[in-house]
Design a protein around this ligand. Structure first.
Ligand SMILES: [Mg+2]
Length: 247
C-alpha cells in the first residue's frame, strides 16, 4: 500500500509487531470532515474575513488574538456585551452568518473525496461504527455529503453541540452516541487540533495529510501515526481486525 506513511509502522501494507501492539482494535472511528473526508475549506481566508469583520466593530486585537475562528466571535461578543448587549448580539449573529455563508458557498461546489463512500462502506461492513465530528455547520456538511446518513452513524457538527473541539466534550458526545469508550476509539483528522483533542481523552490518533497539518505538525500534536489520506485506513483497520481474530 504505497499511500501509507506510518510514523511508527513497519513495511507498507504489512504492519510490524510494534504497530500491532500499539493499535487498539477500533469499535468506533471519529472522523474530522474538511481535509479528512472532503477537500479542505480555505480556513485562512475565513479567518481573515472574520478578523476584518471583528476589527470593523472596534474590538481590540488582544481580545481575540490567537483564537480559533468561532472562538474569535465568542470573545468579541463577550467584549461588546460589557457595554452594549444589543450591539454584541448583532455582531455575534452577523459574524456567524458570515462563517456559515462561506461554508455553504464552498459546499455548493465541493463533494467528499472519491474514495470516501467506499471507505465508510467497508468500515460499516466490518462492524466499525463511525461519527463525523466537525466545526463546520450541518447544512454545509450535508451539502458536501448528501449520502451521509446511509454511511455514517453519527454527525455532530457545530450547530449540533454546545462544546466544539478542541473541547473534548465534542468527541465525548460522539463516543456516547456510538456506545464506545476511549480505549476502543480512533480519532482521524487532518488538523493538529484533532490530534490534541483525541489525545486529551486517550484516543488512538491518526493524522492524515493533504489538509491543514503537515506530518511534522500532526506528530508534534500527538498523532500515533500519519497516513497520506484516510483511504489508507481500510488496510490498517482490516489488519487489526484479523490480527486480533487470530489464535
Ligand atoms: Mg479538518
Amino acid at each position: 500500500m504505497s499511500s501509507r506513511i506510518g510514523a511508527r509502522s513497519g513495511l507498507p501494507g504489512r504492519p510490524g509487531p510494534e504497530t500491532k501492539s500499539l493499535r487498539p482494535r477500533p469499535r468506533a472511528i471519529l472522523f474530522d470532515f474538511d481535509g479528512t473526508l472532503a477537500p479542505n475549506l480555505d480556513l485562512p481566508d475565513m479567518r481573515r474575513q472574520v478578523i476584518e469583520f471583528t476589527r470593523a466593530h472596534a474590538i481590540p486585537d488582544e481580545v481575540w488574538a490567537e483564537r480559533y475562528i468561532v472562538e474569535i466571535v465568542g470573545a468579541g461578543h463577550a467584549y461588546l456585551a460589557q457595554t452594549d448587549r444589543g450591539r454584541a448580539d448583532a455582531y455575534f449573529a452577523q459574524a456567524h452568518r458570515l462563517i456559515t455563508d462561506i461554508e455553504l458557498v464552498a459546499a455548493r461546489t465541493t463533494r467528499v473525496f472519491s474514495w470516501t463512500h467506499a471507505l465508510l462502506r467497508t468500515l460499516r461492513a466490518g462492524g466499525t461504527r463511525t461519527a463525523i465530528v466537525t466545526r463546520n455547520c450541518e447544512a454545509a456538511v450535508r451539502l458536501t455529503f448528501p449520502e451521509l446518513d446511509e454511511l455514517v452513524d453519527c454527525l455532530l457538527a457545530r450547530d449540533n453541540v454546545a462544546h466544539l473541539k478542541p473541547d473534548p466534550r465534542h468527541l465525548d458526545a460522539a463516543m456516547s452516541r456510538l456506545s464506545t469508550t476511549p480505549s476502543q476509539t480512533w480519532m482521524v483528522g487532518d488538523g493538529a487540533m484533532d490530534m490534541r483533542t483525541g489525545r486529551a481523552i486517550g484516543l488512538y490518533c491518526i493524522g492524515v495529510l493533504g489538509g491543514t497539518g503537515s506530518r511534522e505538525q500532526l506528530e508534534a500534536a500527538g498523532a500515533h501515526e500519519v497516513l497520506t489520506n484516510a483511504r489508507a485506513l481500510v488496510g490498517i483497520e482490516t489488519s487489526v481486525r484479523s490480527h486480533r481474530a487470530s489464535p
